[in-house]
Write a protein that binds this ligand. Structure first.
Ligand SMILES: Cc1cc2nc3c(=O)[nH]c(=O)nc-3n(C[C@H](O)[C@H](O)[C@H](O)COP(=O)(O)O)c2cc1C
Length: 342
């Protein structure tokens, strides 16, 4: 039986929550997950945007898109299916109308971008170079590549590499570029390795997993598009597994070490801590926002308390802590930076 971890409690107020985003340091590790708080306007009524580590935008494409036909959302046990289809007003609208509004509020904006072909990623990324408020780009490579028989970029190491490489080449060197990975692959470490080799400064993990629900009244798929992405608590063990596997590959030297932004069903500080211990250097809240738009601040306060109870004076000391070698039961010890596996 594994010995229960015990440590001397620290004062929650003393916990240093600063967290990395690429080479930058954020005041705290909590972000919104892309697509779950629009471009931030809806959320600002409930949470001061500058209180979050980052605000991640809904994925932006080079041009306006109306998305998929409705119904686009379906409830399932412990999760939700969505097939929004990257609806949005396009990059020009975002840069002119949404980004200045976010920057005025002091939000640190992680801009999620996508394209149906490589050039659409680079075109959108280029428009964001040097824009105020932008602290990083998140490449949503989980959309299909129209030039490649509709295959999803993130399902293939070569196409994942190509997108990250192309965007990295044309963006300012100091602007962190994160690749957002799909869990629907045979080996997530292979895709993660390709992205980091291509120059990704970090990895966002994970996007939704493909699912389907059948409506028992219409006897048809519940979503107009048939399949949809599963999010929420049902996704959490899969997401934690993905983060753990990729962090383990980093510790083993198979992937250069970069920060992981973990997400998938986070509803509480305990959930956020689980991702952190598995290897996430930041956490994002998505589906929980639909039920509780004020969740980010509550989760951050809970995370602070959970860290303090376990003796972590610094958030970064807890990152990957579940990977430390098991040792024979000894006197309870307080974790420290030097003890942390890295
Ligand atoms: C309604 C909805 C819309 C989403 N839109 C996007 C999107 O535009 N881009 C993206 O990368 N991920 C999108 N996602 C995925 C989330 O960012 C997140 O990766 C996933 O939902 C897992 O986190 P959660 O369980 O906390 O929601 C969306 C998820 C939902 C539920």
């Amino acid at each position: 039986m594994t010995a229960r971890f015990t440590a001397t409690e620290v004062d929650p107020e003393d916990v240093d929550l600063s967290a990395p985003l690429g080479s930058r340091t954020l005041p705290n590790p909590l972000s919104t997950a892309s697509g779950c708080a629009g471009y931030g306007r809806e959320l600002a009524r409930f949470v001061p945007l500058d209180a979050l580590g980052t605000v991640t935008t809904k994925t932006i494409m080079p041009y306006p898109r109306s998305g998929q036909a409705t119904p686009r959302l379906a409830e399932t046990p412990s999760g939700m299916l969505n097939a929004i289809g990257l609806q949005g007003a396009g990059i020009e609208h975002f840069v002119r109308h949404e980004l200045p509004w976010l920057a005025e509020r002091g939000a640190r904006v992680l801009v999620s971008i996508a394209g149906e072909r490589l050039e659409e990623f680079t075109e959108t990324a280029e428009r964001l170079n040097g824009q105020p408020g932008v602290v990083g780009l998140e490449l949503n490579i989980s959309c299909p590549n129209v030039a490649d028989r509709g295959l999803v970029f993130a399902r293939n190491p070569a196409t994942s590499y190509d997108v990250v490489r192309a965007v990295r080449k044309i963006t300012d060197a100091e602007l962190p570029v994160y690749a957002k990975l799909s869990p629907d692959v045979t080996s997530i470490t292979e895709i993660a390795a390709a992205c980091v080799q291509a120059g990704a400064d970090g990895l966002s993990m994970i996007n939704t997993s493909l699912g389907l629900a059948v409506d028992l009244d219409t006897l048809r798929p519940a979503l107009a598009g048939g399949t949809g992405g599963l999010s929420g608590p049902a996704l959490r063990p899969i997401a934690v597994r993905c983060v753990y596997q990729v962090h383990a590959a980093m510790l083993a030297g198979r992937i250069p070490q970069v920060p992981i932004l973990g997400m998938g069903g986070i509803r509480s500080g305990r959930d956020a801590l689980e991702f952190t211990l598995a290897g996430a250097s930041g956490v994002a809240v998505g589906t929980a926002l639909f039920q509780d738009p004020a969740a980010p601040q509550r989760i951050l306060a809970e995370l602070r308390a959970e860290l303090a109870t376990r003796g972590f004076a610094k958030y970064t000391d807890a990152v990957g802590y579940a990977h430390r070698p098991s040792s024979p039961a000894g006197p309870p010890r307080r974790p420290s930076s030097t003890e942390r596996p890295s």
